[in-house]
Design a protein around this ligand. Structure first.
Ligand code: AMP
Length: 309
């Protein structure tokens, strides 16, 4: 079975959308990635850190999804990473109200011995130095390294971010962040510039407007499923990344063709994530729900026009 190593925040989130507001609930990039990837029945592990205030039941939730949590350090006297966000009426844009690094500020990740030879490494959103440290602990070159990041790290650790970007095969990034990273408005030009920074594959997520996959001169686009109900987009990007990484780990095929399917899986899983607050929908997702939605995706995007030559 192929092994997937995930690094990212395991966090408390407080979210406000036009539909409601939550107190501190379970969140974090690695949490959403892990929940999405767990749909593929892989041998997956999370490397992260939480404080003594983090409820055991949250860790158990991940463990019950067969995710190895031995790489999640618990700093008893520390506080868990906290993020708070406010969504605007279009639900596609949000303001970050608070980012409290807490235990993440002095985190030295330790990759569990059994995962130092993982086939796929998903570097989820957190400090680029932590992402780099995880990579340097791998005893075998992974078949694929995927990186996700966010404007916060561009604002606060840009040099370190550039260093880690050089070392990865795939980057997943949202449209505004791609523009910020490259100072380019056109996403095609932005993707080309990001290629030059290192990654052979660039995935640009456009929220409810789908996702683009770039590789050399090839481009693939997947729309997002038009949904009746969108309650909370938090974690959709991470869920996408988890579905993308999980699919590729399972398929053991990292060709461009396989990545197209990975984009579809990522988009499909993200479409569930937004239906409820936080991790609520992802916690109770079943294989037949996914299959049904993949069919809807196929219906949405398939057409049959004969081209005259
Ligand atoms: P997404 O909506 O996919 O961009 O991800 C939202 C998740 O990212 C939330 O659950 C937050 O806990 C987490 N998050 C927010 N800011 C950061 C940050 N600067 N570094 C790492 N994770 C973050």
């Amino acid at each position: 079975m192929s092994k997937l190593l995930i690094v990212g925040t395991v966090a408390f989130d407080a979210i406000e959308t036009p539909f409601g507001k939550t107190d501190k609930i379970l969140g974090g990039a690695a949490t959403f990635i892990g929940l999405a990837a767990s749909q593929f029945n892989l041998d997956a592990a999370i490397v992260s850190v939480v404080g003594g205030d983090f409820p055991d039941e949250y860790l158990e939730l991940l463990a019950n999804k067969d995710i190895d949590i031995s790489g999640i350090e618990v700093v008893k006297e520390g506080k868990t990473f906290f993020w708070s966000g406010l969504y605007h009426n279009d639900m596609n844009s949000r303001d970050t109200l608070a980012t409290e690094l807490n235990v993440l500020a002095d985190f030295n990740p330790v990759v569990p011995k059994g995962y130092q030879d993982s086939d796929v490494v998903m570097l989820g959103n957190l400090h680029p130095l932590v992402q780099s440290s995880v990579l340097s602990q791998m005893t075998k070159k992974p078949k694929l390294v995927i990186l996700d990041t966010m404007n916060f790290w561009m604002d606060n650790a840009l040099d370190e971010l550039h260093e880690v970007i050089k070392k990865v095969d795939v980057i997943t990034i949202n449209d505004e962040e791609a523009r910020q990273l490259t100072n380019e408005y056109s996403l095609v030009v932005a993707a080309r510039k990001i290629h030059q920074m290192g990654p052979k594959y660039v995935v640009i997520k456009k929220g409810e407007h789908g996702a683009l996959l770039f590789h050399e001169d090839n481009v693939f686009f997947a729309p997002a499923l038009p949904l009746e109900e969108v309650f909370d987009p938090t974690g959709a990007g991470d869920t996408f990344a988890g579905g993308f990484a999980g699919f590729l780990s399972k398929a053991q095929d990292i060709s461009f063709e396989s990545m197209k399917n990975a984009v579809i899986y990522g988009s499909t899983l993200a479409s569930f994530c937004v239906e409820k607050f936080g991790t609520e929908r992802m916690k109770n997702l079943h294989e037949n729900d996914i299959q049904k939605r993949l069919q809807e995706f196929r219906n949405l995007t398939q057409f049959d026009i004969e081209l005259s030559s």
